[in-house]
Ligand binder design. Sequence first.
Ligand code: SF4
Length: 531
Amino acid sequence: MQKHLFLGVEAIGQGAIDGGMSGVYAYPGTPSTEITEFIQDNPIAEERNIHRKWSANEKTALETALGMSYAGKRVMSCMKHVGLNVAADIFVNAAMTGVNGGLIVTVADDPSMHSSQNEQDSRFYGKFAMVPVLEPSSQQEAYDMARDGFALSEKTKVPVMLRITTRLAHSRAGVARKEVLPENELVMPADPRQFILLPAIARRKYKGLLDSQSLFLKLSEESEYNRYEEGTDHSLGIVACGIAYNYLMEHFPDGTCPYSIVKVSQYPLPENHINRLNRECDEILVLEEGAPMVEEMLKGFFSNGTPIKGRLDGTLPRDGELNPDLVAKALGKEMFEGFDIPEVVANRPPALCVGCGHQDAYLAMNEALADYSKGRVFSDIGCYTLGALPPYETISSCVDMGASITMAKGAADAGLIPAVAMIGDSTFAHSGITGLLDAVNEKSSITIVISDNESISMTGGQDSSAFGRIESICIGVGVDPAHIHTIVPLKKNHEEMVRLFREEFAYEGVSVIIPRRECIQRASSRKRNKK
Ligand code: SF4
């Protein structure tokens, strides 16, 4: 059978299309971005007119996806793990409302924090919301789960989480495609009141969700993604979750591991398999990518005192990505020592691109702030976060999407005036607007610098949902138009920028300065595409 060499993210995009999906709703975030980009460029998606435009943030994405599910269609919402924090309200409540058309929430976790603020494990959210969670061990399973997860969602009547991690998202393997399923017809939910979470209905729905747990467990026990693989050596049993199964089997190229294994790729945990492992093995090693979620559960699971090894007892590191070397070490296997890194390979710390407009904004801000005490610039998430590094060292915070404006407001409320927020155009659209509303309502003495590079550059140059409308949004939210200024961040405008910053830093109220120049990477790719 012909196979396609897909990245994990591409396998998910193709699987969702082949599963009869009618729409994807997402906000870009590494390592999940390319799922939507793949769907945007896909000929079947084009032909079917599958919805595939970016949303303003993860919450609006998932809410819109639930709306499409309400109308009976199959739909996916994609985000990175910290994006699920933004969408947590709707995610947990969608488990209560249930779905009509199948809804898959694909969440890409980033253990080792390659490009993230933390390495939280989204499986906890799945457990918290009490919905089935799928965790592929390979690109093939990623495809299969994305394709068939809609049917699982429709069968269980709740959203299904598809959890992946960076390594699976961004590595390739051969994937065999299956038949392309038709889209669902538009159909109203059998019980339209299920989506009204008034207390009386919500109580009924919550009982229903609790009652459904036995079905979710049964489906997990019967799932083709979970299985018991009997070994010959019972001194150790292994629970291998998601991609950890792949890392384990890399050490047994003939496919036979001497130890018994419970392969877990669908949750809730398949209790029968786990109980059998406990009965038959002297001790248990838990291999999981992310937090020791399963390990913690197993520690409270058995009454016979079976030793449980994993990330909690130091057999594996408590943080960071799992990999085949760490698995080998946990198994007591000899490890191949790699080659030393040759000296010609230079360390390349991250830096703003040469000529990036953020640089000019930072240089002007530094000069305008020179007369004040340090630590007044609250920043946000985007390329401009590199303003924390030399030679700029302008910013003092980067916490979550949109926190620059609200943190600056809090500091100003505490008396730190002037307080400055540095936020990008897409982050402003994602989560800054409501913070600005708070600041306007309280006439806070803050200056908000919306560094507008006319794209979401950090994740590859997608369009910001506020493109071309930043000034009108600020006016609409209530900023005095006399204190909204736009300037082109170029060396030749340095003196004018410094003067503008000085004036607005001294203003007692909300002011907005918009340094606007297109990201040079985006501009060059736009020009290339025109040719
Ligand atoms: S990608 Fe664009 S916005 Fe980011 S540093 Fe480079 S030029 Fe600046």
